[in-house]
Write a protein that binds this ligand. Structure first.
Ligand code: GLN
Length: 239
């Protein structure tokens, strides 16, 4: 019996930096390992938005990539809000994380409007926050990755941080928060890509997507020994 699960990759042409495409590959492969049939669809500006989306992923990009997609994203805003309220899981990294907030003020004085799905806003700075980052998530445990951004993101009262920074900058280098969450919508600065390094986070997104569609999720046995070992090493190293 075929059990399809549909992953939508948002703006892969313009928003896909530092290996963020690896997140989609991990979701696809792990779905197959868990016994489901992944379908991956790309959405680029001007495309028709597909029906029956189970999981949405989007990557980072330069300010210039964000400028290319910002108007199109505004058009998708109401649709994405509806999907979020229906508990569809989403993972947005860096540049798209910023645009899922209220707005991003670039360093050269331009305000890029976001879709306000996450109660955060971002201010461009002159210093780049670059390097390996280690964090702790309240349920999933340690999350490790790589960050490279000049935008500093600040959480409003309606957003919960995704994780707490152990080492690195995270949202802004000031308040020890990393990323943001609303329902199953997760924003993060972690590249790396993040999901190969943190398979528990990948399975959390998949469990939600599959449960929404089939009413249950029965994970297969996956050997995550190497990812777990690499994460332990990353946690113990200086930035
Ligand atoms: N342009 C944004 C910044 O530098 C996002 C960068 C990224 O996605 N890596 O803050």
């Amino acid at each position: 019996m075929s059990r399809p699960v549909r992953i939508l990759q948002l703006y892969p042409r313009d928003m896909n930096i530092y290996g963020d495409w690896g997140n989609t590959l991990v979701l696809k492969q792990r779905l197959a390992w868990h016994g489901y049939d992944p379908e991956v669809l790309d959405y680029n500006p001007g495309d028709a938005f597909p029906d029956d989306v189970d999981l949405i992923v989007g990557g980072g990009g330069q300010d210039s990539g964000q400028i290319v997609i910002v108007d199109d994203l505004q058009k998708l805003g109401p649709r994405l809000h509806d999907l979020a309220e229906a508990d569809v899981p989403m993972l947005l990294v860096c540049g798209l994380y910023q645009l899922f907030g209220h707005h991003f003020d670039t360093v050269d004085g331009r305000r890029l409007p976001g879709i306000g799905l996450l109660d955060v806003h971002t201010v461009g700075g002159t210093t780049r926050l670059i390097g390996n980052i280690t964090t702790r998530h309240p349920d999933v445990g340690d999350l490790v990755g790589y960050e490279n951004h000049s935008g500093k993101t600040y959480l409003g009262a309606g957003a919960q941080p995704l994780a707490t920074v152990v080492q690195g900058a995270g949202n802004n280098g000031e308040d020890n928060t990393e990323g943001a969450r609303h329902r199953n919508v997760l924003g993060t600065y972690l590249h790396g890509s993040v999901l190969p390094k943190n398979p528990r986070l990948a399975d959390r997104l998949l469990a939600q997507a599959v449960d929404n569609r089939y009413g249950e999720f029965s994970p297969g046995a996956v050997d995550d020994r190497y990812a777990d070992q690499a994460r332990r090493v990353a946690m113990s190293r200086p930035r």
